[in-house]
Structures are given as C-alpha cells and as structure tokens.
Design a protein around this ligand. Structure first.
Ligand SMILES: C[S@@+](CC[C@H](N)C(=O)[O-])C[C@H]1O[C@@H](n2cnc3c(N)ncnc32)[C@H](O)[C@@H]1O
Length: 268
C-alpha cells in the first residue's frame, strides 16, 4: 500500500482538492499493479501485524492499536476517487449522511456541504484525532461534519440517515458480523434512504482484514433487510493498487412491501 500513500496528494493540512479520474487511471497503469490480488499489494509486515491485532484483541483495542502503531495500510490520506467523482457530478444525496469506519475522515470532510451534514464514525480515538485535525484545516467543510467515537454496531442516533457510504468497513469486519452490519444499515437509514457500498476487495483471498468480498456477499445480507440494488458499476476511478477490485453498488432501502401471503391472510 506504500505506493498509494506516496501518490496521495492530500496530506493532512493540505487544502481539500478532489482528485481527478485521469490521475488515478494513469497511476494504475504506471505502477503495473493491476494483476496482483489486493492482499498481495500490501506490505506483508503491515498485513500480518494488522491481522495479529484484529485476530487476538477485542475490536476497539485492535483497531486503536493499529492506528497508534501507524499500521494503516488502507489509509490513502486523500478523498476516495469515486466520492470525488460523485461530488463533481452532483450525484450524492443531500440531507444527513453517515460514513461508518471513517478512519482519518477525508471522505467525510469532502462530503460535507451546506445541504449535506455528515457524521464520520470510528471506533478508534486516534483515527478521529486525525479526522478532527483534517476538519480543522478545512474550516468551510468543518461546519457540516461531525465525528463520533462509537462502535457502529451499537450506534443509535435519535434520527435516521438519508445516505450511508461504506468503503473498506464491510471488508474490515469479521464476515460473521455481516448480517448484523446489514441489519444496522437498515436500522440507521430512513425509508427510501440510500446505501452506497464501494465494494472492495473483490477477490477470493483467504483471511483478513481486509476480508475478500463479492457482490453475492453483499446481496445475501442486504436483500433480507429490504435493500434493493439500484445500480452496480465497475467503470469507476480507483486508486492505483485497487484497480479492477472495486465496484460501486447503490442500494435503496425500499419501503417494506406486503407479500401475497400477507395480503391474502388479511395483513395490512
Ligand atoms: C480498513 S479501515 C478503513 C478506514 C477508512 N474507511 C478508509 O478507507 O481510509 C476500517 C476502519 O473502521 C474502524 N472500525 C472497525 N470496527 C469498527 C466498528 N465496529 N465501529 C466503528 N468503526 C470501526 C477502524 O478503526 C478503521 O478506522
């Protein structure tokens, strides 16, 4: 993951600029990293330490320790190219938005606007310290963003969100937690709210984090919770070492509909 860190143009304190699609596509080709599965594109020492911590410690301790030790191979210190593209094209919903597992907060700060208030949630205080610094250096966006140190699975705000953006959170949690992840998404979103999943890494490696994901893995847990896939796009800008391993899924939390049996049984 070193190469992405080196390529990142958005260090903390730098003005928030949105990356262009061209630069990421060029980087991908230039680095010739497109053939390797994602886990092999990470520094193995970071990967094994991350897995050691997450495999042996409670969730909050493990992630906090990763942040404290600087074992953050996922952190590219910049806005996710797809988010930048959606923002430029004005294709992100307004209202209340949530970014679970937001890390150092670049997407949160980029998404904040006078018409969109964004909560960045993370279990690690150290991650959020970095996120606060970033927001502090982007005073305009800072008015519209808030960071909360909480466990996603017990997070229970007194309102519903219009939009949730999940990137590298689904792949960070143990796969046994995926049904709970989907239930929580349904619980947090308003009816007709949108869940955007930047699905990654779409490969079939063993172990994690990051755990391998697939379209089926998302569908399997989201469909029973009333989510409907509205669009799935693989023609998206990606960071150099993630090219070919990502798809953008846009899901709507549909109004629960009565099935035929409920209607014939006199259901409302
Ligand atoms: C792989 S990192 C991704 C961070 C960020 N989305 C990014 O792309 O840079 C996963 C993040 O989720 C956070 N996290 C893990 N489990 C969590 C939980 N149960 N609730 C909230 N945050 C959590 C970790 O602290 C970490 O910052």
């Amino acid at each position: 993951m070193n190469s992405t860190t080196e390529d990142a143009t958005h260090g903390i304190g730098a003005p928030m600029e949105l990356p262009t699609m061209n630069s990421t596509t060029e980087d991908a080709t230039e680095h010739g990293s497109m053939e390797l599965p994602f886990h092999m594109r990470l520094k193995s020492v970071e990967l094994s330490r991350m897995r050691e911590l997450t495999g042996t410690q409670p969730m909050e301790t493990a992630w906090e320790q990763c942040w404290q030790e600087g074992i953050t191979p996922w952190d590219v210190q910049g806005v996710t190219p797809v988010v930048a593209q959606l923002l430029r094209a004005n294709q992100l919903r307004d209202g209340k938005a949530l970014v679970p597992g937001c890390g150092s907060g670049y997407d949160v700060v980029a998404m904040g606007s006078p018409t969109r208030s964004v909560i960045g949630l993370d279990i690690s205080p150290t991650a959020l310290h970095q996120a606060h610094q970033l927001a502090h250096n982007s005073p305009h966006a800072a008015q519209f963003v808030e960071f909360q140190n909480a466990d996603f699975f017990s997070f229970s705000p007194p309102f519903k969100f219009d939009l949730v953006f999940d990137y590298t959170f689904f792949c960070a949690i143990d796969p046994s937690l995926r049904p709970r992840w989907a239930h929580k998404m349904a619980d947090l979103l308003a009816v007709d709210g949108e869940l955007i999943t930047l699905m990654f890494p779409l490969d079939d490696h063993e172990g994690g984090p990051p755990f391998a994901v697939s379209m089926d893995a998302y569908e399997k847990v989201l469909s029973p919770c009333g989510f409907r896939l509205v669009s799935c796009n693989s023609e998206i800008p990606s960071l150099n070492n993630r090219t070919g391993l990502e798809k953008l899924g846009r899901w709507e939390r549909a109004v629960p509909k009565l099935d035929d049996s409920e209607v014939t049984n006199g259901g409302l």
